[in-house]
Unconditional design. Structure first.
Lengths: 164, 164, 164, 164
DNA sequence: TTTT
DNA sequence: TTTT
């Protein structure tokens, strides 16, 4: 029989917040790689009119320029949009000799969202940011916005459930 | 032959900014409906190392609660994420009697993004926003952030092309 | 203010069937372009337990190799998976001088699905297909399957509503 | 500060083939659950003009009716389209007491594609299928097609790389 | 190991 | 009719 190959699609779309600063490292061959840890929230109903946020923590691996720019421009708390694919890493457990595998997400494009906190540059001082410190993503910049979250910034969630 | 129905998918995903305030109206039957006009930018290369932004303007129709909340909480300039589907409206042109059609996007879910400008509530005064005036989307709120963009806020685009 | 560019996304995903053979043409500059007409079905409930199929007809424009291969390998009835983006064509109406616009879908990748009818090569004769006539998509082949649908093949749709 | 919740998205789209028959089981509470093992192929270039297929194996968990219908209607080799989300299962390793986690895909909708092999009903006999034995997915049916792949149907993959 |  |  001729090969009847199916159309194939392996796509992951994530919109969420970084749970920590990206960690940049290099492979032995010198390729940049970084892991983005993203928290994605989902409203879940208990069926009795109560909604809670269920959070999924997803690690996304990015390579090359994307890795280097992620480390440069993304920081904990930042909102990001990631388009990527699933990858199943497989290896043999050295101790047991058993086959092991782990599902991962490889990020192909990363864009970042405006800083919800309207806050300054991550780790930023009080002065003008240097050009190289400008947060940016996907060719998209995101500036400092001067304000401090200040004393009003305690977490406060009441009354925000809009039945969109 | 039995019907061999294919899997079907009709999905539109948009992330962009509103080009104007949503306009809420009602059908004769009383159903709320609103049109969101969204500008989506795409970086386009001319092949010679120059990148420009190409903007696509997309109108998205939303219904019911989504329409009402869009009108309440979304304003011109706002970033939104829309998940929807394509719809082909067809009608007969009264004058010519010809069949006409128009491709549209129906928005099924709308979420909004933090205000990039770090600005206050849309149309907002200086005090605490009333609960009903809180901008929110998808069950997600977006608060005033107190800051003013200030004198630095002139549009400035140089140096922002990060090769992500 | 620095430019606070939003993340942007303009994505269309379609899975459906071609309503006619693709029509290949060339621009004055010699670029291949084809229009794919795709029917996408959606199950719609009337709220009273009855489900009907609502069909959306979407025209997708494809360029270059994708256009040429679409014309070579895709035929009416074929299942296709398209990933693309929305595009708003705008022009001035010559008669009225008014600005007009039309929302279109540009297909960036096209893959095709196995022929649900289990039928032979499109336009195919009885013999072995020549290599160049092999239907394929996205680097994916789809062979002739030689069989006849047989006497059971009258259209028959009852009882197929699986509450998946 | 009010909660400035980001838009959130956690979406997985897969189009591939089942590597084995779905396994249906029930939770202690009686909820049906099944695991679909899906192979998704991706064309990968080595940069020197050679393309190979890289296969990613993804396990997808489906619940309730979707689980039961998957077991009824889906079989090894079948093409499926899955729309779902990522989920991170976490638990404590009993032996080591360490926190462990595993990324999974939860399938929210499953549709199936026509059988590329043009073959009959899975496990099917020669007669008319009973209504309950009709393969179907997403409210979509897929009939027996009676034919035999015939003498042309030897596996043959050369020359199929269409530069779509 | 967790973000908002 | 356009947003950033």
């Amino acid at each position: 029989m001729l090969r009847t190959v199916m159309a194939n699609l392996n796509k992951v779309l994530l919109l969420g917040n970084l749970t920590r600063d990206p960690e940049l490292r290099y492979t032995p061959k010198g390729t940049a790689v970084a892991d983005l840890s993203i928290a994605v929230n989902r409203r879940v109903s208990d069926g009795a009119g109560n909604w809670t946020d269920e959070t999924t923590f997803v690690d996304v691996t990015v390579w090359g320029n994307t890795a280097e720019n992620s480390q440069k421009y993304l920081t904990k708390g930042r909102g990001v949009f990631v388009e990527g694919r699933l990858q199943l890493d497989t290896w043999e457990d050295k101790q047991s000799g058993q086959k092991r595998s782990k599902l991962k997400v490889v990020g192909e494009t990363v864009q970042f969202l405006p800083d919800a906190r309207g806050g300054g540059v991550p780790n930023g001082g009080g002065g003008s940011p240097s050009p190289s410190a400008r947060p940016a993503g996907g060719g998209y910049a995101n500036p400092p916005q001067g304000g401090s979250a200040g004393p009003d910034s305690d977490y406060d969630d009441e009354g925000d459930d809009i039945p969109f």
